[in-house]
Write a protein of this length. Structure first.
Length: 250
């Protein structure tokens, strides 16, 4: 079994949201298989279903002068920042499929998030960064040391509709962390954010390409799928249509 993998490059949030909605609709109709979209965004703030507007510290005027958009979306979680140097992943999966650890007719949303965390923890480890979960806090965190608290290196916020997932995760690779000063990340005030670039060992300097490949590899391992690279959205839909046609005529 495989999972389609598509790298979109740097895409404005509104455009990426439209792409995501198109892929979700196709997955719900079983026109395509499970798919992972990997991309970057220009600077943007997004507010999830549980967001508090007070966690956006920058004024509307400041955001406007910097050309930074703010989007209210239907994922879980509070406010988060996306920007260059951050690897964003949108897994579009049917949780009713044959997934590792599935109990009952579908993979539970909490178990699904734990699997995403697992894939990202493994990715961090590939760059010499020890990472962990923290009970009660979604996402991936570095280990505390001395007077240094745990730091958030990846955020996760998902949505599930008719068994199909959308939205996903954001891993700070070479992100300019000063941009997080515009918000209270995920509404958490006592734990700072960090990046692979800051935490990686000297012999494992991360690049976006290396982080993308590592994330895709570990995502496939955790979810029990062979990752199948697609060159474009057109290729994704054409290949899926061809397979569907072949299956119908067997």
């Amino acid at each position: 079994m495989h999972l389609n993998l598509l790298h979109l490059g740097r895409v404005p949030f509104a455009e990426a949201l439209a792409i995501q909605q198109r892929v979700v609709a196709a997955r719900k109709q079983n026109l395509i298989g499970d798919t992972l979209l990997l991309l970057e965004h220009p600077p943007v703030l997004t507010l999830g279903r549980n967001a508090h507007r007070s966690n956006v510290l920058a004024s509307d005027e400041f955001l406007a002068t910097r050309g930074i958009e703010l989007h209210e979306i239907n994922r879980g979680g509070d406010v988060t920042y996306h920007g260059p140097g951050q690897l964003v992943g949108y897994p579009i999966l049917d949780l009713r499929g044959d997934w590792p650890g599935k109990k009952g007719p579908h993979l539970g949303p909490v178990d699904y998030v734990r699997m995403i965390e697992d894939a990202l923890i493994r990715t961090c480890g590939e760059f010499g960064v020890m990472a962990q979960r923290i009970c009660g806090l979604t996402g991936v965190w570095t280990l505390a040391g001395g007077s240094v608290p745990e730091k958030k290196i990846a955020a996760i916020g998902v949505h599930v509709s008719a068994g199909v997932t959308s939205h996903g995760f954001a891993l700070n690779v070479t992100t300019d962390l000063r941009d997080f000063q515009w918000i209270v990340p995920c509404g958490i005030t006592d734990k700072p954010v960090t990046s692979l670039e800051l935490e990686a060992s000297p012999e494992h300097v991360p690049t976006m390409e290396a982080a993308m490949h590592a994330t895709a590899r570990h995502f496939g391992r955790v979810f029990g799928r062979q990752m199948l690279w697609r060159g474009s959205l057109d290729e994704l839909f054409a290949a899926s249509a061809e397979k569907l046609n072949t299956d119908l005529h067997r």
